[in-house]
Write a protein that binds this ligand. Structure first.
Ligand SMILES: NC(=O)c1ccc[n+]([C@@H]2O[C@H](COP(=O)([O-])OP(=O)(O)OC[C@H]3O[C@@H](n4cnc5c(N)ncnc54)[C@H](O)[C@@H]3O)[C@@H](O)[C@H]2O)c1
Ligand SMILES: [Zn+2]
Ligand SMILES: [Zn+2]
Length: 361
């Protein structure tokens, strides 16, 4: 039976979010309903509320979540009710030209639920990133549920569902950081700190954290940064060269979403180095690079979506690393909050007071 439950909704551009009664239909073919246990507040939720992603209001926000499968559609064989899952926004299709070429992490036709969740008056909701998990329950495609070890803490491992995976994967999969590499990470919010943790896991020897906010540099050290640069008082390009024998870093990761930072990251690379862009730009942002520098320096410039992850391969593995004490996901959880506190959490995120606020249900 369709359920009436609570959900956090952004009704119009820039308006504060509200807690609404929403209706979640029973799962149809290929779908599952998940009882949400925890969901992190990501910058992308705020982008949706501000109309920065698209105009498909009203949005049901929340997309970094873990929960328990409650019911499944008639043909779903990959899940059973009671499974502990992390929700993902990359349910790969297996059939598009990228999947067929063996590169499913670039899948061009990922799955979401077919049916709509609605407000109580029947208005269809657009779930953030096809998830919508600031809610007691959510309807997703079965492939968006990745089963993981149930002994893990939902508040911590739910964060693998978006920002933490984006940062870890930017270092491990997109940049392919290797043993002994030097890495510079620009922006030490949740995503940048995850890129630092990923660089450490991959064996980087030098990890340089860059931020304007000294408190973020303190957290960056906890995740494995070996050096820090306060970009509000010193030039990060020069500082990174100074820490790398005058050469620049093998890998520079932009985790802010700012063209000026992108340029700094470009010039802070060593010859043949890799620049990875994780920060999400707005449509009007431009970068202006001398072609001779692009050519002459060699290497690679790579955007990274969701850390080029494959949830079915990576979530269970990262949860095991967490459970064995090699990946400290608890450090990302700055606070746990109730479902009616998301708007306040946006304020703390804007002021840079938290890495992640996590709604617990
Ligand atoms: N590519 C993806 O798949 C993906 C996934 C999730 C989030 N993101 C994006 O990653 C970015 C970071 O997300 P977050 O949650 O960590 O955000 P955040 O706001 O918590 O962190 C951003 C950090 O950048 C710092 N900063 C701002 N301007 C700076 C500058 N000029 N130089 C150095 N540091 C600066 C801030 O002080 C802050 O610590 C956002 O743009 C977000 O939308 C991308
Ligand atoms: Zn595909
Ligand atoms: Zn996100």
């Amino acid at each position: 039976m369709a359920a009436d439950i609570r959900g956090v909704v952004a009704r119009s551009r820039g308006a504060p979010v509200t807690l609404e009664t929403i209706i979640v239909p029973d799962p149809g073919p290929g779908e599952a309903v998940v009882a949400v246990k925890a969901c992190g507040v990501c910058h992308t939720d705020l982008h949706y509320r501000e109309g920065g992603i698209n105009d498909d209001f009203p949005f049901l926000l929340g997309h970094e979540a873990a929960g328990i499968v409650e019911s499944i559609g008639p043909d779903v064989s990959s899940l059973v009710p009671g499974d502990f899952v992390i929700l993902n926004w990359r349910a790969v299709c297996g059939e598009c030209r990228s999947c067929r070429r063996g590169r499913p992490w670039y899948c061009f036709a990922t799955h979401n639920a077919t049916q709509k969740m609605t407000l109580s008056d029947g208005t269809p909701l657009s779930p953030a990133l096809g998830i919508g998990a600031f809610a007691d329950k959510t309807l997703v495609a079965a492939g968006q549920c990745t089963k993981v070890n149930r002994s893990a803490r939902p508040e911590a491992v739910g964060l693998l569902g978006c920002g933490v995976m984006a940062g870890l994967g930017a270092a491990i999969f997109t940049a392919q950081v290797g043993l002994g590499d030097s890495v510079a990470v620009f922006g030490c919010g949740g995503v940048g700190c995850a890129a630092i943790a990923g660089s450490q896991l991959a064996g980087a020897a030098t990890i340089i954290a860059v931020d304007l906010d000294p408190s973020k540099l303190t957290s960056a050290r906890r995740f494995g940064a070996t050096h820090t640069v306060d970009a509000s008082t010193s030039d990060p390009v020069q500082a990174i060269r100074d820490f790398t024998n005058g050469n620049g870093a093998d890998v520079c990761i932009e985790a802010v979403g700012n063209p000026r930072v992108m340029e700094q990251a470009f010039f802070a690379r060593d010859l043949a180095g890799t620049l990875v862009q994780v920060g999400v730009p707005t449509p009007e942002m431009r970068i202006d690079l001398p072609m001779i520098e692009f050519f002459g320096r060699g290497g690679a410039l790579k955007p990274s979506w969701y850390g080029d992850c494959l949830p079915s391969r990576d979530f269970p593995m990262l949860v095991e690393l967490y459970l064995s004490g090699r990946l400290n996901l608890d450090l990302f959880v700055s606070e746990t909050i109730a479902i009616d506190e998301v708007e306040d959490a946006f304020g703390r995120m804007r002021r840079g007071e938290v890495l992640r606020s996590v709604v617990v249900l």
